[in-house]
Design a protein around this ligand. Structure first.
Ligand code: COA
Length: 197
């Protein structure tokens, strides 16, 4: 009962989400389901496929995080495939983020294709902070990202691969592997964890 009371009324959420999806010119497919209120920032291009489920309220999935945020800056792109599900994911695209079909993003995970700030002290502190490293992030088909994991710029997560809870991923993960820890390392390959097809 308490959980139900915490969830803002559905109809207002629908109106809110539809307004922002259209205001931000988001292209989306059939059966987009958003529970709670999504936060869309920036003027970049967002494409969402079919049968995508987005949880965006802590009471809907209390494991971690609060709202799902798509921050897609001017000139950047976020592309989400079909049958993708996510809870309270924070995705920041200053370049390109691609999430392929059948990907699951665990509660409160973060995907950043940028360092946000220059690594050069003068530029960062006394300059315009313009010289910022960015590189595309690709999460391939069927991958599963654990809760509170962080995927950093330039990383490709392989098909059906799994990222453990709380991992910080700084390097590419090949197809069919389980990576965990900070920095994330391979802890298993699919032949070790049973049936994967
Ligand atoms: C990564 C994961 C899938 C591995 O599960 P598993 O195959 O059962 O792994 P095991 O428990 O056999 O652990 C294997 C090794 O990896 C380590 N490990 C497992 N998960 C880890 C994690 N998240 N971070 C760091 N190390 C981890 C274990 O300590 C163990 O180390 P050891 O060999 O030195 O003893 C699981 O631990 C995990 O993080 N699941 C994510 C759950 C989640 O976030 N769901 C989404 C909710 S919205």
């Amino acid at each position: 009962m308490l959980q139900r009371m915490n969830i803002p009324k559905n109809i207002f959420n629908k109106i809110y989400n539809l307004f922002w999806l259209h205001f931000k010119h988001v292209v989306y497919g059939k059966k987009l389901r958003i529970e709670g209120r999504i936060l869309l920032q920036g003027r970049g291009k967002i494409e969402i496929g079919e049968n995508v489920t987005i949880y965006s309220h802590y009471a809907i999935n209390p494991i971690g995080g609060d709202r799902t945020v798509f921050q897609v800056m001017n000139g950047a792109a976020l592309k989400i495939g079909n049958h993708v599900a996510m809870s309270h994911a924070i995705i920041s695209a200053h370049n390109t983020v691609i999430i392929e079909d059948e990907v699951m993003l665990g509660a409160g995970c973060k995907i950043f294709d940028t360092d946000f700030h220059s690594l050069d002290y003068e530029e960062r502190v006394h300059g315009q902070d313009q010289d910022v490293n960015t590189a595309p992030v690709i999460i391939k088909k069927g991958a599963f990202i654990g809760t509170q994991a962080m995927i950093l710029k330039g990383v490709i997560i392989g098909e059906k691969s799994i990222v453990g809870a709380g991992a910080v991923v700084t390097k590419n993960i090949p197809d069919g592997e389980v990576w965990a820890g900070n920095p994330a390392r391979c802890i298993k390959k699919f032949r070790d964890v049973g049936r994967q097809n």
